[in-house]
Design a protein. Sequence first.
Lengths: 488, 128
Amino acid sequence: MKALEPLIFDLSAPGRSAVSLPSCDVPEVPVETLIPNSLLRQQEPQLPELAEVDVVRHFTRLSTFNHGVDTGFYPLGSCTMKYNPKVNEMLARQTGFTALHPYQPEALTQGALQLMAELQEDLCELAGMDEFTLQPAAGAHGEMTGILIIKAYHAHRGDHKRTKVIVPDSAHGTNPATAAMAGYEIIQIPSNDRGGVDLEALKKVVNDEVAALMLTNPNTVGLFDENIQQITKLVHDAGGLLYYDGANTNAIMGITRPGDMGFDVIHLNLHKTFSTPHGGGGPGSGPVGVKEFLAPFLPKPVVVRREDDTFTLKYDMPLSIGRVRSFYANFSILVRAYAYIRSLGGEGLRSASENAVLNANYLMSILKEHYFLPFDRVCQHEFIITPKNLKATGVHTLDIAKRLLDYGYHPPTIYFPIIVEEAMMIEPTETESIETLDEFAKILIKIAEEATSTPDLVKNAPYTTLVTRLDEVGAVRKPNLRWRKESN
Amino acid sequence: MNPVELKYNKEHEYARVEGNIVTFGITDHAQDSLGDVVFVELPEEGVTVTAGKSYGTVESVKAVSDIYASVSGKVVEVNTQVMDSPDLLNSDPYGEGWLVKVEVEDLSPLDNMMSAAEYETYLAQEEH
């Protein structure tokens, strides 16, 4: 396949460079006289050599191949691809924040510490928790932090028989992975036909060997668990703790709080719910909140507000699980989340969640007439449909996702969660207008019609994109991950 | 179609019984819903597998799925060819796409598995 845009290495020409440095005004010393031979490179590093204009054009061209929230609708379920307000960016770029050094004395970093402390307080209020750490750099990192806190808590009590963690089959894959990484045995329990946790199955596995239950609520099928308080009570009565995967918090801000549902530990994804960037690795941020009795185990340092309203980093935490990240957090991401929370305010956040839920239900109510809806009840911020009703046409979910590209949409999440065959998981978010939703629904309905009348049209899509069907199997079986000089 | 001499479970796996040797594999329906299989992870020879427990994974372009032992026993042969060419699971699930052969002492758990006809009824029910 001919590349649309060559790799930057292939644009290289020997000796070409972006700048001409002035000649050295001090005597030059051969590097061999300064560094022992054993530490010297034996060959030149393989770096591309280009003029500035070539570099700028290369990356600018690449950027035009991209689809982002700033270019179009992006209903990627479970990911909350809401629009990221530019005021967040403006504030994060203030030099007062960008020029800070993590080793600056506290007297000179009070503003940054205040921002962190106030963000912790806001997240506590939203989640119904008592303390927060901002250190974890992503959702799964937050899970790991939370589970290690639970493990430290049980160990501190001398309760060493709790070796199991319960995870429903609708969980994010990171939940069982996290618990396994922390050394726990995973017990998977099934969902009931309403899409929630099967209480009878839970009762059978809850005992004094269970360290925790990890739950996402609303869950990955976009439904709020109707038995949430019974679930948390069952686990608590057996001495286990409740971990809340906050990936889907965008449905419940200001409406209900995990702490009130009975959860002991929660992580929030600032890059989902609080409008910080996702793309290119974000970077993410997965703060972890805990109830008071778990606060001594939080990673250190935590930011604390003194009685005189100055701020400090607290290191004196003998029961802490230790650091989970260098320095304090992905700080500039915290600035963006703080800006988002403060610009919306409490009522604004609640109305963001209400609109996220309204938008999802609006789309669902239109699309359920044209696709199969496995759980026909009021959804939260996202819902699942499948093309089961189109099975006879031979058109699969993957084909519909590819066909959406022809109409300029990023496809929804597909084939997840795995408990629903051929799932398409649609999360419009609150930032989309009714016109956008209507247009997207119209296109999905049109694709359903195409699947019936001209199935091959859908099966061979996309046609209008820069690349069409990629060899996904080849990419997995025989990955070609890095440029090598000899291959050219 | 699904060979009549095999036994089937609800995880869409089959068991082929020859004396006290049982061959495990996944059904045609399983390979069709998984899509192109790209990676197969199997236990080594000599490992003991337990009925109802996972003994390996099958990864497709869509998802990673556990594979479960229908009966307990000791692995006596592993299909290394399928590890090198996972596409055999898609092209020939009941033949060259078999996964492991297990030496079994107690064959009775296999009585709980479905016949080909029962499995097809089960598939039809799952459709609705």
